[in-house]
Design a protein around this ligand. Structure first.
Ligand SMILES: [Zn+2]
Length: 259
C-alpha cells in the first residue's frame, strides 16, 4: 500500500466498531474521500485531536481500495473559537455539510479547500457569523458555477442597482434576481423578497473572493432585517439547487445567535 499526505478538513465523523472513527475528509490535494482512524476513540489515542470534526490537519494515510487508513495526523488549525460558541459551531457544521453536498468524491479543487479553510476561520471569529456564512455560500456557489445572477433582472436584463431599486426578488428557478417591475415575491412561491440593502449585501459579498472579518462588518451597515432577507433568499436558492434539505439547518435554526 502506498502512503500519501494531504492537508484536509474533517467534514464528518462517525463511530465505527469499539474504538475506530470513520472520517469524511475534504483535502486540498485529492478532494473528498473517506478514511478510517483506528483507535481514535481510545482515551490515549494520538489521533483523537487531529481527527476532531471541523479540524484542519496534515494527514499521512495508507491507500486502500475503499477506505484510506489514517497513519498519522497533526493539527494545522482546530478553530478553537468554534468550539466555545454553539452558534459558531452550528454554522461551521452547516458550511461543511453544504460543501460536502455540492462536491463529489475526488472532485479536486484547491480553491474550494482554501475557501472552506478561510471561511471556518471567519465563522469562528467574525463579529457577524451570518455574514461570514453568506460570504461562504456565495463564493462556494461561484466556485462550482451556480452563482445566481445578481446585477441584472433575469427576465428583462435591465441592470439592478440597489441605490435605485425598491423591492426586488431572488428567483431560484430563474437563477437570479428580478427587477422591481418583474419581482412578485408576495405571489410567487419561487421568489424571495429582497430589499435594497439585502440586494446590495449579496452583490458585495459575492464580488469579493478574499474577505476578512473587517470587510464583513464594514461592507454594509448593520441591518438585521436585510441580513435576514438575504439569508432566507440564499437558503431557498440553495435548497432548489440541491433539491433537499441539509441536516445541519435544523440544528442551526435551533441555536439562538448569542455572539
Ligand atoms: Zn425585469
Amino acid at each position: 500500500m502506498a502512503d500519501f499526505n494531504v492537508d484536509a478538513i474533517v467534514l464528518r465523523r462517525s463511530q465505527y466498531g469499539e474504538t475506530d472513527n470513520i472520517l469524511t475528509l475534504y483535502s486540498r490535494e485529492r478532494g473528498k474521500f473517506s478514511a478510517i482512524a483506528k483507535g481514535a476513540r481510545k482515551a490515549i489515542s494520538r489521533l483523537s485531536g487531529a481527527t476532531e470534526l471541523l479540524t484542519r490537519s496534515r494527514f499521512a494515510l495508507a491507500a486502500a481500495r475503499n477506505l484510506q487508513i489514517v497513519r498519522q495526523a497533526e493539527v494545522v488549525d482546530s478553530y478553537p473559537e468554534l468550539r466555545h460558541n454553539l452558534y459558531r459551531l452550528a454554522t461551521g457544521l452547516y458550511a461543511a455539510e453544504l460543501l460536502s453536498a455540492f462536491v463529489t468524491e475526488e472532485d479536486v479543487n484547491p480553491e474550494l479547500f482554501d475557501l472552506l479553510a478561510s471561511s471556518l476561520k471567519m465563522i469562528s471569529v467574525a463579529k457577524s457569523v451570518d455574514r461570514a456564512a453568506r460570504w461562504f455560500e456565495l463564493n462556494l456557489l461561484d466556485q462550482i458555477g451556480y452563482l445566481p445572477v445578481l446585477d441584472e433582472c433575469t427576465y428583462c436584463q435591465i441592470s439592478v442597482n440597489p441605490l435605485l431599486a425598491g423591492i426586488t426578488s431572488l428567483s431560484a428557478s430563474q437563477g437570479g434576481v428580478l427587477c422591481t417591475r418583474h419581482a412578485h415575491p408576495e405571489t410567487s412561491e419561487d421568489q424571495s423578497r429582497l430589499d435594497p440593502d439585502a440586494l446590495e449585501l449579496l452583490q458585495r459579498l459575492s464580488s469579493v473572493s478574499n474577505a476578512n472579518d473587517d470587510y464583513l462588518s464594514r461592507v454594509l451597515d448593520d441591518n438585521k432585517q436585510s441580513d435576514a432577507l438575504a439569508a432566507i433568499a440564499l437558503r431557498r436558492y440553495i435548497r432548489f439547487r440541491l433539491d433537499r434539505d441539509l441536516k445541519s439547518i435544523a440544528f442551526l435554526d435551533s441555536v439562538q445567535e448569542s455572539t
